[in-house]
Design a protein around this ligand. Structure first.
Ligand SMILES: *[C@@H]1O[C@H](CO)[C@@H](O)[C@H](O)[C@H]1NC(C)=O
Length: 471
């Protein structure tokens, strides 16, 4: 006797390998309890607000070549979307995935898969590169101080908002962890649009939600929660900035980053400007971080090849030995006022590290040590963030002077140096951002939100799909 699983009101997520569903499932329904007893270890997660929720299952998936894939996609769209056709176009099918063509197209029928199947199979493949073990850290409680509560708002409303917002953030995290970026827009709309006016359990009437958002302690509290959420999302999506990932995943993350601000402002139309501004600032910092880290990752992959090539390293060494460092120091010292002995030591260290044909990871450690040494005197001082930013500027100024010298000499290794310089600048930025976060007890996302002038300083690489041309 065949068991069927009702998926009409459920989202079947594409997470872990699991039993294959039969083709007829929609004909016979099985209650949630029965589903759990048929598919052991199945977990559910609620999406959306209480009272307006969709459940989806963990640990269950449909075989990529099953005709159910179309059906299931349709079910998901019905459950989550109002305008399926319009929305669907946004998720472009990707024909080929780096390094996985064999596993996907080994048997020929897999190659004739539908776009939905490609996307599903690809998400699954991509999940090995993200950190799916991450959980959402606890949120703080709102600090109301002595601010009086807004009219017709009581402590129960605040408690309710805390619960609902936490649920909402957990749902956002789940969707991102499943690489179902296309659901985020709907999820946000569900939270911000669909709060009916009646005061049901688990629902905040729109009027009250607006009043709460206007209330300063709640606005600041929500910002802190968002910092925690988006920091977690960064760590999930890019757990190791230097680890190679498929370019299709990078592209998916970049497209996601590009859409975020629009999705949020659309979902929050008619909410007070202040709360929109606050939330958009955090989302922009998040998008910015994703762009920077994916650029960093892209540069790292390109640089690995250079750093492993003995003939290129030798060329770089011989070119670097011709650089007039005395002249560089003379010109830079007026601007940077760096200690000459420190600069000389860094120059020597750099050459030795290059000579040793260090791997990218060894270079990463070297850069980390440089940051530690330079910022050590400022440890524990309130001037730490400022000193850290000054260091970035100086580092960048010096490296541009060296590149300038190499350019004027038409150095054969110019291309390699250019790449290495972009990578090291970007990695320094990454390191410094984390040091500042550590020193101030904030998340790096919060640091970037606050010091937005810092972010406009760095080259925005790879914009609009630009790729690097290597020599
Ligand atoms: C190393 O670089 C040189 C010069 O760019 C290139 O001709 C050669 O093919 C590279 N070797 C390897 C093993 O990649």
């Amino acid at each position: 006797s065949q068991k069927y699983c009702h998926i009409g009101s459920a989202m079947v997520s594409l997470v872990e390998p699991a039993p294959v569903l039969p083709v007829q499932p929609l004909l016979a329904a099985l209650s949630g309890t029965e589903t759990g007893s048929v598919f052991m270890g199945l977990r559910t997660r609620r999406l959306g607000t209480r009272g307006n929720s969709k459940y989806h299952y963990y640990g269950i998936r449909v075989k990529p070549d099953s005709p159910l894939n179309r059906l299931q996609e349709d079910t998901q769209y019905m459950a989550m979307r109002q305008q399926p056709v319009h929305q669907k176009q946004r998720f472009k099918p990707l024909q080929k995935v780096d390094g996985m063509s064999d596993s996907l197209c080994g048997s020929s029928q897999h190659c004739n898969s539908t776009p939905e199947q490609s996307v599903a199979a690809q998400s699954q493949h991509h999940q090995q590169y993200i950190d799916t073990s991450h959980t959402l850290p606890p949120f703080p409680t709102p600090d109301l101080g002595t601010m009086p509560l807004p009219e017709r708002i009581n402590m129960n409303d605040i408690k309710k908002l805390q619960t609902l917002y936490r649920d909402h953030c957990e749902a956002t995290l789940d969707v991102v962890m499943n690489l179902q970026f296309h659901y985020i827009e709907k999820l946000w709309q569900t939270f911000w649009y669909s709060t009916p006016d009646d005061d049901m359990e688990g629902v905040i009437p729109r009027e009250k939600l607006v009043a709460l958002c206007k209330y300063e302690p709640i606005r600041l509290w929500m910002r802190s929660c968002d910092h925690i959420l988006y920091q977690a999302l960064v760590e999930i999506l890019i757990p190791d900035v230097l680890r190679p990932v498929p370019s299709t995943l990078t592209q998916a993350i970049r497209n996601f980053a590009k859409s975020l601000e629009g999705w949020l402002t659309n979902a929050m139309t008619n909410f007070p400007q202040e709360i929109i501004r606050t939330k958009v600032a955090v989302v922009s910092a998040f998008a910015q971080t994703l762009r920077r880290y994916t650029s960093l990752n892209h540069l790292a992959q390109a640089a690995r090849a250079v750093l492993q090539n003995t003939s290129q390293i030798n060329q770089m060494l011989s070119d670097l030995n011709r650089v007039d460092f005395a002249n560089v120091q003379e010109q830079a010292s007026w601007v940077c006022q760096c200690d000459e002995s420190v600069v000389q030591r860094l120059e020597q260290d750099f050459k030795v590290t290059l000579q040793q044909q260090s791997s990218l990871d060894q270079w990463a450690t070297w850069l980390d040590n440089v940051v530690s040494q330079v910022l050590k005197p400022h440890q524990g001082s309130p001037s730490f963030p400022k000193a850290a930013r000054q260091f970035l500027l100086k580092w960048s100024f010096y490296s541009s002077m060296v590149i300038r010298d190499l350019t004027l000499r038409s150095a054969a290794s110019f291309g390699s140096f250019h790449l290495i310089r972009l990578l090291y600048d970007e990695y320094m930025f990454y390191l410094v951002e984390h040091r500042v976060a550590q020193a101030t007890g904030e998340t790096p996302i919060a640091v970037m939100g606050e010091f937005s002038d810092l972010t406009s300083m760095m080259p925005s690489l790879m914009e609009k799909g630009k790729t690097l041309i290597l020599v």
